[in-house]
Design a binder for this molecule. Structure first.
Ligand SMILES: *Cc1c(COP(=O)(O)O)cnc(C)c1O
Length: 476
C-alpha cells in the first residue's frame, strides 16, 4: 500500500484495506467487551512514550504496520473511563452504538457548519428533542459544541448581547452604560469564571454567591447581592445556576432562581453539564424542576448520556437572541432558496465554529438506539450505586462522608487523617489499576471523590473498590 504511483490518498488495494479495517473494528469491539478484565488505567511505559517522540514521517508505511503500533502503544494505555471502576472527575463511558456512529460519521466526513444536507437536519432533530425534553417552546435553538465549558461561554455571550444589543458586537462593552455583573454560586464550575474572562466582562464581575450546607446557591444571598449591585449602579444581567455541581452533584433551587431572574429581568442560564440529562429518568426528573423556566441550558451528552467524546450542547429558548449574538453576513457564506446553499439559519450563525464535525450523529444514534428510558435507567442506577457506596462509607470504621450525596457523587475521607492521606490513597488506587477515583477540596479539606457515571458499574465493582481502598488505608 506504500508507494503506488497513484496521486490520491485512498488505499491502492481496497480488499486488503477492508481486511485490515474489519480486523481493527473487531479488536476495538473486543476491547470494550472485555474491558472489566483489564486494569482501569496503566501508565504508558517509556518505550511507548518514545514511540510518540519520533520525527515527522515523510515516507508512507503499510496500514497493517501502523495498526500494530496502535495495538501495542495506544489501546492498552487509554484513559480508563470505559472501565466500570473509573470514578474520577465527571466522565462518560461511551457505548458501542456511539462508536459505530463515529465510524459512519468519519466515513461521511460532513462539514456541519452549514449548507443544506442531512447533517444539519440531524442536528435540528436533537434541538427539537431537547426542547421537548426541557419544556422549551418551538423556536428554541441549539448547537453542538466540544463541551459545557464552551456552551457556558456561549451562553454568557448570548446573555451579554441580549442586554447590550447586537450593536455591542461592534462597539464593544462600552455600549453598556453601566458595569455588567453576573451571579453564580461558590460551587459553580471554574469554566463559568473563565467564560466571564473570555467575554471581556471580567471574572471580577462574577458574584460567587455562598452555597448552603447542601451545596446549593443561597437564594436569599443572591437576592441581596442583586439589590446591592443595583443600588451601587451596576447592571446585573445574568444568573448561572447549576444542575449538578462538580464537587458534590448539588442542584440549585432552579424554580426559585428562575423567579428571581424574572423579577429582576436577568438572563437565567443553567449549567447542566452533569445533571441536566437526569430528566431522562422519571424518578430523578423532579430534582431539576424549574429548568424549563431558564433562558438557556448547557449540557454534556458525553457525560451521563455516554455519547463518545466530545458532545457538548447549548440550548437557547429565544432562537432570535441566540442568532443575533453570532450571525454575520460573509460573501462566501451567502444563502440561496435552493441548492446546497439553502436554509435560513446554519449552525455557523449560532456560534463561533464554522467548520465542524457531525457530533449530532453519535448523539442521535445513541438516543435512537437506546431510547431515553434506558439511558434514564442507567443514570438512576448510578445514583443508586452512589447511595450504596455512601452507605458502605457510613458503616466503615475507617472512612467518613465529607459531603451530602445529592446524585451520583460521593466525597469521603479517612477519619481524622490529613488531606495528604486521602490524596495518596487515590493515587495509589489509580496506580494499582483496580479503580480510579479522583480527589477534590471541600470546606478546605482534601477528600476522596467518587463520581459514579459509568453504566457498566455494578455493586460488585463498588464492593471491590471499597475492599481495595480499605486495605490500602489500613496499610498506610
Ligand atoms: C464537566 C463540567 C463542565 C465542563 O464541561 P466540559 O464538557 O468538560 O467542557 C462544566 N460544568 C460542570 C458542572 C461540569 O461538571
Amino acid at each position: 500500500m506504500a508507494s503506488t504511483g497513484s496521486r490520491d490518498l485512498d488505499p491502492s488495494d481496497w480488499s486488503e484495506f477492508r481486511r485490515l479495517a474489519h480486523a481493527a473494528l473487531d479488536e476495538v469491539i473486543s476491547n470494550v467487551e472485555s474491558i472489566r478484565e483489564k486494569p482501569v488505567w496503566q501508565q504508558p511505559p517509556a518505550e511507548t512514550r518514545q514511540r510518540f517522540a519520533r520525527s515527522l514521517p515523510v515516507e508512507a508505511r503499510e496500514l497493517g504496520d501502523v495498526l500494530d503500533d496502535v495495538r501495542a502503544h495506544v489501546v492498552p494505555f487509554a484513559a480508563g473511563n470505559l472501565h466500570p471502576r473509573f470514578m474520577g472527575w465527571a466522565q462518560g463511558a461511551g457505548t458501542p452504538f456511539g462508536m459505530v456512529a463515529e465510524m459512519v460519521a468519519a466515513g461521511l466526513n460532513m462539514n456541519c457548519g452549514g449548507r443544506d444536507h442531512i447533517g444539519i437536519e440531524v442536528e435540528r432533530q436533537i434541538v427539537r428533542w431537547m426542547s421537548e425534553a426541557f419544556g422549551y417552546p418551538e423556536g428554541a435553538s441549539g448547537l453542538f459544541l466540544t463541551g459545557s465549558s464552551m456552551a457556558n461561554f456561549l451562553a454568557v455571550i448570548v446573555a451579554k448581547t441580549n442586554v447590550t444589543g447586537a450593536e455591542s458586537r461592534e462597539a464593544g462593552l462600552q455600549r453598556a452604560d453601566r458595569q455588567l455583573v453576573a451571579y453564580t454560586s461558590s460551587e459553580a464550575h471554574s469554566c463559568v469564571s473563565q467564560a466571564m474572562q473570555l467575554s471581556g466582562i471580567g471574572s471580577a464581575h462574577l458574584r460567587k454567591i455562598d452555597a448552603d450546607t447542601l451545596g446549593r446557591m443561597r437564594v436569599d444571598a443572591l437576592k441581596d447581592s442583586i439589590r446591592a449591585d443595583k443600588a451601587a449602579g451596576f447592571l446585573p444581567f445574568l444568573i448561572v445556576g447549576t444542575a449538578g455541581t462538580v464537587n458534590t452533584g448539588a442542584i440549585d433551587l432552579l424554580s426559585e432562581i428562575a423567579q428571581i431572574a424574572r423579577e429582576e429581568n436577568l438572563w437565567f442560564h443553567v449549567d447542566g453539564a452533569i445533571g441536566a440529562l437526569s430528566i431522562f429518568s422519571r424518578s430523578l426528573k423532579p430534582l431539576t424542576a424549574g429548568i424549563e423556566m431558564s433562558d438557556s441550558i448547557a449540557l454534556d451528552f458525553h457525560k451521563w448520556g455516554h455519547v463518545p467524546y466530545d458532545a457538548g450542547f447549548l440550548l437557547v429558548k429565544d432562537g432570535a437572541a441566540h442568532k443575533q449574538a453570532f450571525a454575520s453576513a460573509a460573501a462566501y457564506l451567502q444563502r440561496a432558496d435552493r441548492g446546497l446553499a439553502a436554509g435560513e439559519t446554519w449552525p455557523c450563525d449560532l456560534g463561533p465554529d464554522l467548520s465542524r464535525g457531525f457530533r449530532a450523529f453519535k448523539t442521535w444514534m445513541t438516543i435512537e438506539t437506546l431510547g431515553t428510558a434506558r439511558i434514564g435507567d442507567a443514570i438512576l442506577h448510578t445514583c443508586e450505586l452512589a447511595g450504596y457506596l455512601a452507605e458502605k462509607v457510613r458503616e466503615s470504621a475507617i472512612f467518613e462522608l465529607k459531603a451530602p450525596v445529592a446524585l451520583n457523587i460521593v466525597c469521603f475521607g479517612v477519619k481524622g487523617a490529613s488531606g495528604a492521606v486521602n490524596r495518596d490513597l487515590v493515587l495509589d488506587l489509580q496506580e494499582s489499576g483496580i479503580a480510579a477515583p479522583s480527589w477534590t477540596t471541600i470546606n478546605g479539606e482534601t477528600v476522596i471523590r467518587c463520581a459514579v457515571f459509568n453504566h457498566r458499574t455494578t455493586r460488585t465493582d463498588i464492593d471491590l473498590f471499597m475492599d481495595a481502598i480499605s486495605a490500602l488505608a489500613k496499610r498506610a
